[in-house]
Ligand binder design. Structure first.
Ligand code: HGY
Ligand code: MN
Ligand code: MN
Length: 435
């Protein structure tokens, strides 16, 4: 080695310099990231994250989130629908509550921030407010909703629909992949379905609902921004579809004699994409199964799903009509039959302008002088909660807009700024609150 040797440079025999741990952007944000990682270990599948409504993993997640809620200084309970709830009293007892929250159930092979990040941000905000010693003019409640995705029973928002008092007893008959009804699953979870109405909140007991959630899209990343307010949430409709033809021998049956349900369904799947583009909607076939499923058997039946959503319900419903017409045309040409059962429907809902202004004020308080606001194509619990109180949402950038995938990710700096914005939004609601 030639030239002066720096003291401490490798190779001169002195100790390697200790790697300096990067200071966390914010202790609170670092804790939120750690807790997302911890919640991600509560999965029914050792290979990937999957946490279903009323499962053992859901019970464990409620217990863990409940412990974090208590550490933040809140009183906690699990409501009659299986939502994990917490409350921080305001300046006097029994005041109406501002709800903060999101969901802790997941899709199959999920990311660890969809829903969970919003619950943990809500707990952190409540903890900061509790520690501040400053009382709000209303109570603050945090809710970890039990079933936003609808993965287990097919229909969505079961936890938030119960809290909103928008329950339909027919839901108890929904069955999961093992034929277990929602009614039985509630009993197995230790809940009494007869007491479910007890989860419903009265409008006068609520000030509003604020939810922080990853964007699940690429807009914030394209804009180079961490946060956004939400203007509205897409109206969605979900269907179970069946196309039926006739099973047959894959070798002996000539094409002109076939009634191949899978080719028919495949034509419709491609048409869903084309018609969605044409009508400015978003249509997805997420699940498809061909029967009887032999590699040398022409499929006689195909069961598949349709998830169709749009900013405006009229566009969605026009597109749906065209999809149905296309299905009938395919069936007529191919000698097939088509059945469709609607399993979920929710109207597009607008965020409350006043609460949205509080969210935007929170974003401004973090130094973003020109907060952006846009429509959410993803569904959220606010769709159900909007039937009992006003709501608004804060979006947080996620890498590549990726979600419903294990590559879903956020950066700690965005979580830190989201936490500051979300807390400031609560104080902005308080500043404008007249009781
Ligand atoms: O489907 C949705 O948009 C939401 O992630 N449940
Ligand atoms: Mn989701
Ligand atoms: Mn979600």
């Amino acid at each position: 080695m030639t030239g002066a040797v720096d003291a401490g440079a490798p190779g001169d025999g002195s100790a390697e310099p200790e790697p300096v741990e990067a200071e966390p952007v914010s202790r609170d944000a670092a804790l939120i990231m750690e807790r997302c990682d911890e919640l991600a270990t509560l999965s029914s599948n050792p290979e990937h994250l999957e946490r279903l409504h009323l499962s053992r993993e859901h019970a464990a997640a409620n217990a863990l989130v409940g412990e974090w809620m208590r550490q933040a200084g809140l009183s906690t309970w699990q409501d009659a629908a299986g939502n994990q709830c917490a409350r921080l009293e305001g300046s006097s007892p029994d005041l109406p509550a501002l709800l903060l929250g999101s969901h802790i159930d997941t899709v199959p092979d999920a990311g660890r921030y969809d829903g969970m990040l919003g619950v943990l941000l809500a707990i952190a905000v409540a903890g900061r407010i509790h520690s501040s010693g400053r009382a709000l003019p209303f109570a603050l409640e945090v809710v970890a909703f039990s079933d936003e995705e609808g993965t287990r029973f097919g229909t969505a928002l079961l936890g938030s629909r119960a809290l909103a008092g928008a329950w339909d007893d027919a839901l108890f008959e929904l069955t999961d992949a093992d034929g277990i009804t929602l009614f039985e699953a509630m009993q197995d979870f230790g809940l009494d379905p007869a007491r479910l109405p007890g989860a419903a909140r009265r409008r006068e007991s609520l000030v509003g609902y604020l939810e922080a959630h990853i964007e699940q899209g690429p807009i914030l990343e394209d804009l180079g921004k961490s946060l956004a307010a939400v203007t509205s949430i897409a109206g969605a409709r979900r269907f179970s579809l069946t196309m039926t033809g006739k099973a047959g021998h894959a070798g002996g049956t000539p094409f002109e004699k076939r009634r191949d349900a899978l080719v028919g369904a495949s034509e419709l799947v491609v048409a869903v994409e084309a018609l969605s583009r044409e009508y400015g909607t978003i249509g997805t076939v997420g699940r498809l199964q061909a029967f009887p499923g032999g590699v040398n058997v022409i499929p006689g039946r195909v069961d598949f799903s349709l998830d169709l959503r749009a900013e405006h319900d009229a566009d969605r419903d026009t597109c749906l009509r065209r999809i149905r017409e296309t299905a009938e045309d395919i069936c007529a040409r191919r000698g097939l039959s088509f059945e469709s059962t609607e399993i979920y429907t929710a109207p597009a809902v607008r965020c409350d302008p006043g609460l949205r202004a509080a969210i935007e004020s929170g974003i401004r308080s973090t130094g973003d002088a020109a907060p952006v606001a846009f429509h959410s194509r993803a569904g959220h619990d606010g769709v159900a909660i909007s039937s009992v109180t006003d709501f608004a949402m804060l979006f947080i950038r996620c890498a590549g807009g990726i979600s419903h995938h294990p590559d879903e990710s956020v950066i700690e700096a965005d979580v830190a700024v989201a936490l500051d914005a979300f807390e400031a939004a609560v104080w902005a609601v308080a500043a404008g609150y007249t009781g």
